[in-house]
Write a new protein. Structure first.
Ligand SMILES: CC/C=C\C/C=C\C/C=C\CC/C=C/CC(=O)SCCNC(=O)CCNC(=O)[C@H](O)C(C)(C)COP(=O)(O)OP(=O)(O)OC[C@H]1O[C@@H](n2cnc3c(N)ncnc32)[C@H](O)[C@@H]1OP(=O)(O)O
Length: 323
């Protein structure tokens, strides 16, 4: 119907002086090298189309409200992902699956950026759901850990810009989620944030540690990880675990938006590649040790001492909640 079947073709002169050395070594080498040269051009072209789409009207229909994650796009084209698993947004398999799917949706919808927050007035996220680790079904535990890894890959390695509006406590996995974002504004008050795994008799996985070491200084991270330090909001600001203190959730979201606005004049491709290069090492490390990391988690769950520690921790939490 009048449409071009071939819209971009390159005829290579295999006998051109520049191609002769490679063509004499390998048949079709000239075509192969022409194709390689074309790839970056196509990549930039695709990116230009995608950037143009990014400037399209800002309110877009995005994935519908899920029960555990609410994902909306505001008038500025910023995606707001709200965790809503009462009472404390503990990260069980279902919540992790929804976060993972929502991150895919944000990536597909080419939002200007994403802000992660919580529907609870006092808890950003209580971290991993301890019930997923206590006397677990091993098949489910494997899926649980793999999904957590997926969430981290997608959030830490997202090409879209991310910020966390931390509107409450953020221990362990909650702290990890916020540290995986590029910017953190935390509501001031009695809230705390940190990787407290050792207090539970467990060990933060290496990629949790790497994420922290790339947020605060190595010295502060080592002290914090070994002592299960939960930082007050003021302490977190001082050691740069967070970037700003907010007066309330709305202020935290506004501060995150102000951060995201900084990218308005930065070409998105340059920003994304820079971010990914900066974060490449820990991502590659987990990619290569992914299976071993799952096996370590599973064998750690089978350790009776770990199960005993978890049981005591659950009892302590329940007693505290009952008061
Ligand atoms: C020896 C090992 C060797 C090798 C290791 C190898 C590999 C490592 C592998 C694995 C590492 C695993 C990593 C885990 C990271 C984590 O995220 S672990 C989770 C850590 N989280 C916490 O410690 C937070 C605990 N919770 C709290 O401190 C408070 O609840 C919080 C400050 C968040 C909120 O306080 P508050 O608003 O007062 O709420 P309550 O305390 O009253 O709690 C309400 C109910 O929620 C339940 N609950 C709280 N946190 C969790 C949780 N994380 N999981 C499940 N359930 C939780 C709490 O029990 C109350 O329940 P109830 O109402 O009593 O039924």
């Amino acid at each position: 119907m009048g449409r071009a079947l071939v819209w971009d073709a390159t005829c290579v002169d295999s006998l051109a002086a520049s191609h002769l050395p490679s063509t004499s070594q390998k048949a079709a080498a000239a075509a192969e090298s022409a194709q390689m040269l074309k790839r970056p051009k196509m990549f930039l072209l695709r990116q230009a189309v995608s950037n143009a789409r990014q400037l399209a009207p800002s309110v877009r229909a995005m994935s519908s409200k899920g029960p555990l994650v609410d994902l909306t796009v505001d008038n500025d084209g910023v995606a707001i992902m709200t965790l809503q698993r009462p009472p404390v947004n503990s990260l069980n398999l279902d919540l992790l699956k929804e976060i993972s799917k929502s991150l895919d949706d944000v990536a597909k919808n080419k939002s200007r950026g994403m802000i992660l927050t919580s529907s609870s007035p006092t808890v950003f996220s209580a971290g991993l759901d301890i019930m997923e680790m206590y006397k677990p079904d091993m098949k489910r535990a494997e899926e649980f850990w793999t999904t957590l890894q997926d969430v981290w890959f997608k959030l830490y390695g997202s090409s879209f810009a991310t910020a966390a509006a931390i509107n409450g406590h953020a221990p362990a996995g909650g702290c990890l989620l916020s540290m995986s974002c590029e910017y953190r504004a935390m509501v001031g008050g009695k809230f705390t944030i940190g990787l407290n795994e050792t207090a539970l008799g467990i060990v933060a996985p290496k990629w949790f540690m790497d994420t922290m070491c790339r947020t605060i200084s190595m010295r502060q991270a080592e002290l914090a990880l070994t002592t299960a330090k939960m930082f007050t909001v003021d302490e977190a600001l001082k050691c740069e675990l967070i970037d700003e203190i907010a007066t309330d959730k709305a202020d935290a979201i506004n501060k995150c938006k102000t951060f995201l606005k900084k990218f308005e004049k930065i070409p998105p491709l340059a920003r994304a590649i820079t971010k990914l290069k900066m974060r490449e090492e820990p991502i590659k490390n987990l990619q290569t040790s992914r299976q071993a990391d799952v096996q370590e988690f599973l064998s750690f769950l089978k350790n009776p001492k770990v199960q005993q520690s978890l049981e005591m921790y659950i009892q302590a939490l329940k007693q505290k909640a009952a008061k």
